[in-house]
Write a protein that binds this ligand. Structure first.
Ligand code: NAD
Ligand code: WQD
Length: 349
């Protein structure tokens, strides 16, 4: 028999944030069971998790979270005590083109996992939400009580899952949930063995900057330099993915220790501009990073950052890594893996 308190189903565990959290789970003595359909990840990520942790028999199951019967069977067979739920689609622009895909994977997928949890008697879930649920800032920094008004289908799906979780918790089903609203996760494991490996042209700033530094792209397009911000470029609250991974452990342990549910921002509380990020990355990489100013990207907000007080008070967690640390570790990943994971489209054998 496995120790039931230590086995955690990690949906989307082969992905960017999931892989880093699995490393942290193993380090803390947990047994992650990775469930992933490998639609946006690959077998090499699993090999690298094994390399970092020294664990070679990590359970990895290729499955779609929308297969409720399969999820229930996995939870029973593996004797899972909790779920950390990362699996989903995450590209804001794509969500406006393919909204039904986003509702299917993100909302129907979460419903499926929760249904399986109820059937299998699994009581705790940590959910990846996003600062995007807040929408246009009424006040900054965003606190958890800021009104929720997402401005794109991706954000709507996160909002919908938050509502579903809150209703399930309130129903007295005995499930408790930790809703984590991430700000802008960047960086990589300090070993440079795992990191974010976007398909095609990166949508997000940090992987784009890193690909310019390594010579894969000629320059960074800075989307707008006429915002009402100190240097005119967009301001965000960047968070090191290893800080994020630690927050998942803190959230999980809180859920296991007390019946209460919670919603917390995961950010540093600091805002950095696009040009701040480029400058820090230049320093970390020692490479030239040319920029070109381009029009604003439709749908972008000028500036936002987190009030991280609630996470600190409730979970005893706060960010440890600086923007320079984030750039150093992103560069370790990018310079050691200039084209991402080897055979980045293969699934586990
Ligand atoms: P990712 O794409 O790297 O990881 C998601 C993983 O889920 C991938 O491995 C993918 O193959 C898997 N997956 C997708 N659909 C699936 C399905 N139907 N069944 C099983 N597995 C499936 O993304 P990430 O950056 O690691 O994000 C993880 C979670 O955090 C997502 O829910 C995302 O919306 C949320 N989030 C991400 C960010 C960010 O900027 N990266 C910010 C806020 C919230
Ligand atoms: C950051 C800043 C851009 C690319 C998105 C989602 C959010 C969350 C995190 C999932 C902005 C500027 C970007 C580039 C640029 N994901 N930029 N040139 O848009 O804050 O957040 O990812 O939940 O929901 O919306 O992140 O990294 O795309 O942009 O100038 O090539 O960099 O305009 O000011 P964003 P980002």
């Amino acid at each position: 028999m496995q120790d039931r308190s230590g086995t955690i189903l990690v949906s989307g565990g082969a992905g960017y944030i999931g892989s880093h959290t699995c490393v942290e789970l193993v380090k803390r003595g947990y047994r992650p069971v990775i469930v992933d359909d490998f639609s946006n990840s690959c077998a090499a990520a699993i090999d690298r998790i094994c390399q970092i942790t020294g664990v070679n028999d990590l359970p990895v199951i290729e499955a779609d979270i929308r297969d409720t019967a399969r999820m229930e069977a996995i939870m029973r067979e593996q004797e899972c005590a909790a779920v950390i739920h990362f699996a989903g689609l995450k590209a804001v622009g794509e969500s406006t083109q393919k909204p039904l895909d986003y509702y299917s994977v993100n909302v129907q997928g979460s419903l499926s996992l929760l249904t399986a949890m109820q059937a299998a008697g699994v009581k705790h879930i940590v959910f990846s939400s996003s600062a995007t649920v807040y929408g246009t800032p009424v006040s900054l920094p965003y606190t958890e009580s800021h009104p929720l008004a997402p401005t794109n289908p991706y954000g709507m799906t996160k909002y919908a899952v938050e509502l579903m979780l809150n209703d399930l918790v309130a129903s007295g089903a005995g499930v408790n949930a930790g809703i984590l609203r991430y700000f802008n996760p960047i960086g990589a494991h300090p070993s440079g063995l795992i990191g974010e490996d976007p398909n095609g042209i990166p949508n997000n700033l940090m992987p784009y900057v890193a690909q310019v530094a390594v010579g894969r792209r000629p320059h960074v397009n800075v989307f707008g330099n006429d915002y009402d911000t100190p240097d005119g470029t967009g301001v965000r609250d960047y968070i090191h993915v290893m800080d994020l991974a630690e927050a998942h452990i803190a959230g999980l342990e809180k859920l296991m220790a007390s019946p209460d549910s919670f919603t917390v921002n995961l950010g540093s509380g600091n805002g950095y501009s696009v040009l701040d990020v480029v400058k820090a990355f230049k320093k970390a990489s020692g490479r030239d990073i040319p920029v070109e100013f381009a029009p604003r990207r439709p749908g972008d907000l000028p500036a936002y950052w987190a009030d991280p007080t609630h996470a600190r008070e409730l979970l005893g967690w706060q960010t440890r890594f600086t923007l320079d640390d984030m750039c150093r570790d992103q560069w370790a990943w990018q310079s050691q893996n200039p084209n991402g994971y080897p055979d980045g489209d293969t699934k586990p054998a």
